[in-house]
Design a protein around this ligand. Structure first.
Ligand SMILES: Nc1nc2c(c(=O)[nH]1)N[C@H]1C(S)=C(S)[C@@H](COP(=O)(O)O)O[C@H]1N2
Ligand SMILES: [Mo]
Length: 302
C-alpha cells in the first residue's frame, strides 16, 4: 500500500509561521485519528526546512477554468459546485468497472500527507501540503487489466454551476491522461485534502490528481471518471494548442514554452521583492522519475 516513497524536499525560504505553528497543532491532534502516515512526513519536512505556502495562497490563487480564467475566479465561484453526492466512474480495461462513491473510496484508501512542489506551466510555483492516497492503490482496487497502457481522467461538468464553461477557452469537460507507469508511480496521488482539511472546491474538491513532476495542468481537478485504455488519451491543453502543450508536460527548465522561458519560476507568497528561483528538472523529482523517460527525446516528446 502506501509509504513506498520518502520525502526528500529541500529548503525553501517562504513560509507563514503562524499558520505553520497552527498546523503543527492541528496535525498533532489528528495523528491519533490515523490521518497521518507512519512515515511522519511533516516532521521530516520540518527537519529539512521545507515551508509550504500559506493556506491563503493555495486557496485564493487558482487555475480552474470552468469557473473563469481569472486567478480569483475559482475562489469566488467554485463553491457553487455540487460536491455531494459524488461518485467516480472507473471503467475501460479494469476487472471491476463501476461507479464508486467517494465515501467508499476514501474509507478504503490510506490517507497520508505529501508536501510537494507544484509548478504551473505559467512559471509560478507553490509548495502544497496535500492529504491523499496513491493513485496506484485506487487502480489496484478496480483491477487493472494486462492490456491497459494509459489512464484517462475527466472533470465534472455542470454548465449551470460553472460560469467559465460558457466560453470556448477549452473543449469541456476538462480531460487529462497519463501513461500507466506514470499513473502507477508512488509519487502520483489523488488529493482529498490540504493542511489536513477537506480540499476546497477551488482546488478540485472532492478528489483531484496531483502529479508533482509535471506542469500543473496535468493535475486535473474534481475527477468524475477514470478510464483505463490501450491508447494515448486526448488531453485538454494539447487539444487546444498542441504546439505549446504536449502529452507528457514534464517540468523541464531546458525546454522553453514557445512564448516564455521555463528556466525560472516565481514562488507565490514570496513577496514583492522575491527573486525568481531556478526551475528544477522534473520539478526536483528527477531522481525518482527520470527512469520513466529513458531513451526519450524530451525536446521532441515534451
Ligand atoms: N478541471 C480542471 N483542472 C485543472 C485546471 C482547470 O482549469 N480545470 N487547471 C490546471 C492548472 S493550469 C493548474 S496550474 C492547477 C492549479 O491547481 P491549484 O489551483 O490547486 O493550484 O490545476 C490544474 N487542473
Ligand atoms: Mo497551470
Amino acid at each position: 500500500m502506501a509509504h513506498r516513497w520518502k520525502n526528500t524536499l529541500k529548503p525553501s525560504d517562504v513560509t507563514d509561521e503562524t499558520l505553520w505553528l497552527n498546523r503543527r497543532h492541528l496535525l498533532a491532534g489528528m495523528a491519533g485519528a490515523g490521518l497521518m502516515g507512519a512515515a511522519g512526513l511533516p516532521q521530516a519536512a520540518q527537519a529539512q526546512g521545507l515551508a509550504p505556502n500559506a493556506w491563503e495562497d493555495i486557496t485564493s490563487y487558482n487555475n480552474f477554468y470552468e469557473f473563469g480564467t481569472g486567478k480569483d475566479d475559482p475562489a469566488k465561484y467554485a463553491r457553487q459546485m455540487t460536491i455531494s453526492p459524488w461518485s467516480i466512474r472507473i471503467d475501460g480495461l479494469v476487472d471491476k468497472p463501476g461507479d464508486y462513491a467517494i465515501e467508499d473510496i476514501l474509507a478504503r484508501m490510506q490517507i497520508e500527507e505529501r508536501i510537494y512542489r507544484f509548478r504551473c506551466v505559467e512559471a509560478w510555483s507553490m509548495v502544497v501540503p496535500w492529504n491523499g492516497f496513491e493513485l496506484a492503490d485506487l487502480l489496484a482496487m478496480a483491477g487493472v487489466q494486462a492490456n491497459a497502457r494509459y489512464v484517462a481522467f475527466e472533470t465534472y461538468l455542470n454548465r449551470d454551476e460553472m460560469p467559465g464553461t460558457r466560453y470556448p477557452v477549452l473543449d469541456w469537460p476538462y480531460v487529462e491522461g497519463l501513461r500507466l507507469d506514470e499513473a502507477m508511480h508512488p509519487l502520483t496521488i489523488m488529493a482529498s485534502g490540504i493542511y489536513g482539511r477537506d480540499i476546497p472546491a477551488q482546488n478540485g474538491a472532492p478528489l483531484r490528481l496531483v502529479v508533482p513532476w509535471k506542469y500543473g495542468f496535468k493535475s486535473i481537478k474534481s475527477v468524475v471518471r477514470i478510464t483505463l485504455t490501450d491508447r494515448q488519451p486526448p488531453t485538454s491543453w494539447n487539444k487546444a494548442n498542441p504546439r505549446e502543450y504536449g502529452f507528457y508536460s514534464n517540468v523541464n527548465p531546458q525546454v522553453d514554452h514557445p512564448r516564455w522561458s521555463q528556466a525560472q519560476e516565481r514562488r507565490i507568497g514570496g513577496g514583492l521583492f522575491a527573486s525568481r528561483q531556478p526551475t528544477l528538472m522534473m520539478n526536483g523529482y528527477a531522481d525518482e522519475v527520470a527512469s520513466l523517460y529513458q531513451g526519450m527525446d524530451l525536446k521532441a516528446q515534451f
